[in-house]
Design a protein around this ligand. Sequence first.
Ligand code: GDP
Length: 330
Amino acid sequence: MAQPTVPELLAGVREGRRAAVSRAITLVESGKPAHRALARELLTGLTGEPDGGVHSPAVRVGISGVPGVGKSTFIEALGARLTAAGHRVGVLAVDPSSVRTGGSVLGDKTRMARLSVDPNAYIRPSPSAGTLGGVARATVQAMAVLEAGGYDVVLVETVGVGQSEVTVAGMVDTFLFLTLARTGDQLQGIKKGILEIADVIAVNKADGDREQEARVAARDLAGALRLVRGKDEWAPPVVTCSGLTDVGVEDLWERVQAHRDHLGAEGLAAKRSRQQLDFTWALVRDELDQRLRHAPGVRAIREEVRAQVLAGDLPATVAADRILAAYDGR
Ligand code: GDP
């Protein structure tokens, strides 16, 4: 089949046709300059207004946790419930490991066996766009495609490594953190920053022998959270759930709704506008970083500077000045 034109893609996405949605996302994921222009045309056509979807009725939820915490199993259970309730669910992934290795922790989407054959669900593995910024750019645009295609719930999954959680928190309305009960040291196991960005926390795998342990962990976590978060802010609820036995999943979704209610329509729009602004600068920084890396002047001196710094012949401050001067063409 010939490559569809942008108007054809637009029409297909608006009708919610899966093949068109896939192609549109492939287009927005592409880093090729020629594709970028087409992607921009597509996105402008989809949203109709350049507001980055600030007023989109879609529910955007980030879901994070270390590999093995049960994210896919949980998303499978939640997704099935949501589509049964009449929603159309899009699942995107932000996986920084796909940036470095080409392979990815979240890549194996066959794990969501039921959801992947559900006609009202669309699952997309993480783009491998070279940098976390590139992945974020692609994901935000894929989200716009899904929302235009009638997906009213978008779940963005990410692994608990590095900067990816903060990145995902910056593109969703509600950030859900899944963790496990680990007697005694659960707080050490959780990066402090997470407690500051999580809107809802769930101790997962609360089933069988682990149920009691999970409850205790949830109570401890709730206590710790009170110390981290200010009094006037939303107090993130800490609940227990089991994606495997589908217990507590409904309750968790109600907590997500409660968080949205807490924000209110205006609060949500304001949050999304702020995210747009932050994202603007993130995109600029990412682009500048790329330009710096590829600037001929920088490339010309890079190895020499590296060798001198490693040999102890050049202090970092001087080395940095030299690189910046090379970038500026001085
Ligand atoms: P992910 O890496 O975070 O996506 O985790 P998975 O969903 O792939 O789950 C990792 C392992 O934990 C698998 O063996 C699952 O069967 C198991 N698992 C996932 N959710 C639960 C749960 O709620 N309870 C129990 N007992 N095991 C679970």
